[in-house]
Design a binder for this molecule. Structure first.
Ligand SMILES: Cc1cc2nc3c(=O)[nH]c(=O)nc-3n(C[C@H](O)[C@H](O)[C@H](O)COP(=O)(O)O)c2cc1C
Length: 326
């Protein structure tokens, strides 16, 4: 058997790998079925963050984002993706199978989403002064809705303040928790979050960021200097909260992030309160009107962007049959 992966599988795996993941953990692997017959997306629980993501919700969201990129890669090749979600009852980490359906040229919108895959980057710290227009926000809401999720943009300062308090409470608790701090700092470096990508002080914006480098222990940002460049604050929610909903949330997230990137808008993430059940419940109750919050994000126009390395393709793409758990 020819052991080299097919060109389509390589194309899909490359696109899928560009997805965002918690601290660049890349908790996935992909399987090429036969020679370019199908493409499988699997979660890799060994790459899950054990303390902050015990039930694997964020791991599945990241894989959902990878799945959306794979779908766009299939559209770019001129086929309709045929997606089977959670196809194996006995293996809940086998998240999706993507087959090649009928020939159909990609629409302009799909082409522009596919083009944005390598251009989208996570932003940390303040955004530049150029605003994100209501037209763009409305487009992003539509993108989330098209995948079955809701992008709730917080346009009332009281709601932003309430969410900021919950983020800051979670972040303070994380900083005081030695083991969580160790888990986080382990992710800093060339195979995780690059040092250059986390140099902004985590307390510069209204929503506290992760303190990857321990900057808050070295100096504090005075209260009056906080908040400029926070950008638009939003929460991505789903009506339900099962594994299939997390996968849906990941696809919706990536769809709106790619659309945003096409407009020159990037996102920063503040998922700390969603990693603590009591605070996640507070967000659900007081901020998202009972919908299940899946991601907390800020949207804005950065003055510069920075890309983050991914694992090599031979590490993430294997050829079927599905390998035993590694
Ligand atoms: C579920 C999830 C949660 C995340 N949470 C955070 C976060 O709290 N803080 C942060 O700075 N980045 C967060 N990120 C972004 C990742 O750190 C980022 O995707 C990764 O480092 C790869 O970089 P890139 O998105 O620029 O390609 C999160 C991403 C995902 C998918």
């Amino acid at each position: 058997m020819d052991e080299k992966p097919g060109r389509a599988a390589l194309h899909l795996a490359r696109a899928a790998s560009f997805a965002p993941s918690p601290h660049n953990s890349q908790p996935w692997f992909f399987v090429e079925e036969g020679h370019d017959r199908g493409f499988e997306v699997h979660a890799d629980p060994e790459r899950r963050m054990p303390l902050t993501d015990p039930d694997g919700r964020e791991m599945v969201i990241a894989c959902g984002a990878a799945l959306f990129n794979a779908r766009m890669a299939v559209r770019h090749l001129g086929f309709q993706p045929v997606v089977d979600v959670l196809p194996a009852l006995a293996d809940q980490d086998f998240l999706a199978r993507v087959g090649f359906g009928a020939h159909a040229a990609a629409t302009d919108e799909e082409e522009s989403l596919a083009r944005a895959v390598p251009l989208r980057h996570t932003h940390r710290g303040p955004f530049g002064p150029e605003p994100v227009t209501e037209e763009v926000l409305s487009d992003l809401r539509d993108q989330a809705r098209a995948e079955g999720a809701i992008l709730q943009v917080l346009d009332v300062p009281e709601k932003v303040g309430m969410l900021a308090r919950l983020v800051n409470t979670a972040e303070r608790a994380d900083r005081a928790d030695l083991w969580r701090a160790v888990e986080l700092t382990h992710r800093v470096g060339p195979t995780g979050v690059p040092v250059a990508g986390c140099r902004a002080h985590p307390d510069a914006t209204l929503l506290a960021g992760r303190d990857y480098l321990g900057l808050s222990r070295r100096y504090t940002v005075p209260e009056r200097r906080r908040g400029a460049g926070t950008g638009i604050v939003a929460v991505l929610c789903t009506p339900y909260d099962h594994r299939a909903d997390w996968l849906l949330a990941g696809q919706a997230l990536q769809r709106l992030l790619l659309c945003a990137a096409g407009h020159g808008v990037m996102a920063g993430f503040h998922t700390q309160p969603l990693e603590r059940p009591d605070l996640r419940e507070e967000v659900r109750r007081w901020v998202t009107a009972g919908r299940h919050p899946q991601m907390v994000l800020r949207l804005g126009r950065p003055l510069h962007t920075r890309s983050t390395l991914r694992r090599p393709l031979y590490d993430v793409l294997t050829r079927g049959p599905v390998p035993l758990r590694r």
